[in-house]
Ligand binder design. Structure first.
Ligand code: GDP
Ligand code: GDP
Length: 437
């Protein structure tokens, strides 16, 4: 089940980033950072009353000149409409209603997405003097909040989660492999899609129960069914705005949420960039399968060890997702493009793999014998028992004596032993440590 996406939109200076930071701040304090994963201030994971969602901050672009603002606001609203499940539309309770609020409201109203109207900067118990003016926007009852002081955050979060799509409503059947093709603009994502679809594959135009057929591309290859997620976003290029890095990252986030497997496409001439790291980090954090595709391989002059040098560099730059297989392809010549579907199928299976509990415990027992668990102040870590709780991604519960004793390095060691024995190529693995008394 894809996590819902919530986007905050509104004109500059109403307090969008302040709200985002208020909500994100709480979480960052409790989540342990994993080495190498670049945390991005564009999005944050939120948990409220057993609902998990991704909050994105569409704002934060420095306007280059005054004239750019309306176009950017429009693009921001469009992006929210395309990618979010719930939109929080923020206005300024001190300044009151102004014409650009109306423009944004008009766009949002035309979409069929649930919209929450929030009036920010209401820092006291008193109502904003402009409160009733906001009804004019035609978006229903405005909710007053103060992002700076954190007032009414509970009400806001309650209202957000009430609008989520019903649990269990899936876009596609279980056996359809959902693939997000992600990466920077111009790396060759559409060329790869066209190449794959060009080779005798049947594009299925009518998939029963599909609500997203306007933006996705479902197709089959023999018995195997796939869907490329959000291909409309890849193909429809608005040259100016998609080059704004934030926008292309947000678009990737939305596609990754809905996918099982991500194909990170990288331009061979450019190598791994900061943006690639962020996107790969998001795939990893969300527990998706990941394949790294180095495209435009035809443009690289090859010597004996070129591929190995590339590989080494990729592993260094993306150390947190060593599990991801790497393919070197050319969408132009077609070299190895055929391997991509094979890899997707393989990684999908690994991502959904379940291992027998008996064998798992043998592997962990053996691992503990080979490399003694760490100890602290005379107390040694014990792993009593392990079980695989779920798939997509494979998640293991370790019953242990003391959580404090489970260090990252030992967890990593256990993970490596599991991988050596079972594979799990292309998928992250999660652990839940549970104390047993
Ligand atoms: P954005 O451009 O919409 O992301 O707006 P920012 O979050 O950058 O906030 C713009 C300004 O409004 C900053 O000076 C904030 O400190 C201020 N601000 C944001 N939220 C509140 C609030 O709840 N009360 C008050 N008094 N000021 C706020
Ligand atoms: P997207 O923005 O990621 O969808 O990238 P496109 O598929 O539109 O490709 C961007 C540019 O790179 C186009 O001019 C393509 O012709 C070119 N391109 C894509 N794949 C390759 C490749 O494998 N080799 C070469 N030489 N050029 C490529």
């Amino acid at each position: 089940m894809a996590k819902p996406i919530v986007a905050v939109v509104g004109r500059p200076n109403v307090g969008k980033s302040t709200l985002f930071n208020k909500i994100a701040g709480k979480r960052i304090a409790i989540v342990e950072d994993e080495p190498g994963v670049t945390r991005d201030r564009i999005y944050t994971e939120v948990e409220w009353l057993n609902h998990k969602f991704t909050l994105i901050d569409t704002g934060g672009i420095e306007p280059e000149s005054e004239e750019i603002i309306p176009a950017q606001m429009r693009r921001q609203a469009e992006l929210a409409i395309e990618t979010a499940d719930v939109i929080v539309f923020m206005v300024d309770g001190r300044q009151g209603l102004i014409s650009s609020d109306r423009e944004i409201a008009d766009m949002l109203r035309r979409s069929k997405k649930p919209i929450l109207l929030v009036v920010n900067k209401v820092d006291t118990k008193e109502q904003s003097p402009h409160y009733y003016d906001f009804y004019e926007l035609g978006i229903g009852d405005p909710l007053e909040i103060s992002s700076a002081l954190g007032l009414n955050m509970g009400d806001l979060l309650d209202q957000i989660v009430q609008h989520f799509p019903e649990e269990g409503v899936e876009d596609y059947d279980e056996e359809v492999m959902k693939v997000a093709i992600i990466g920077k603009p111009n790396v060759g994502k559409s060329s790869i899609i066209n190449k794959i679809l060009g080779e005798n594959r049947v594009i299925v135009s009518d998939v029963a129960g599909t609500t997203r057929d306007a933006i996705d591309t479902p197709f089959s290859d023999g018995e195997d069914q796939y869907v490329f997620i959000d291909t409309a976003g890849i193909r429809r290029k608005s040259k100016i705005t998609e080059h704004v890095e934030r926008y292309s990252v947000i678009r990737s986030l939305a596609a990754i949420e809905r996918a099982d497997v991500c194909l990170l496409v990288v331009d061979a001439e450019e190598g791994i960039t900061e943006q690639d790291k962020r996107i790969a980090g998001f795939s990893h954090e969300n527990g998706k399968g990941l394949i790294i595709v180095i495209n435009k391989w035809d443009l690289i002059e090859k010597e004996t060890n070129t591929m190995n040098h590339f590989l080494k560099n990729i592993r260094e730059e993306l150390s947190f997702c060593e599990y991801a297989p790497v393919l070197f392809v050319s969408a132009v010549t077609g070299q190895r493009v055929i391997k991509i579907l094979e890899k997707i199928k393989f990684v999908s299976n690994q991502h959904a793999m379940r291992v027998p509990t008996g064998t798992l415990n043998e592997v962990i027992g053996e691992a503990m014998l080979l490399n003694q668990p760490p100890s602290d102040k005379g107390k040694r870590l014990k792993i009593f028992y392990a079980t695989q709780a779920s798939v997509k991604p494979p998640t293991f519960i370790l019953f242990i004596n003391d959580k404090e004793l489970m260090h990252f390095s030992y967890q990593r060691y256990i993970e490596n032993r599991i991988r050596e024995n079972f594979g799990f190529e292309g998928t992250p693995i999660r652990f839940i440590n549970r104390e047993k008394t």
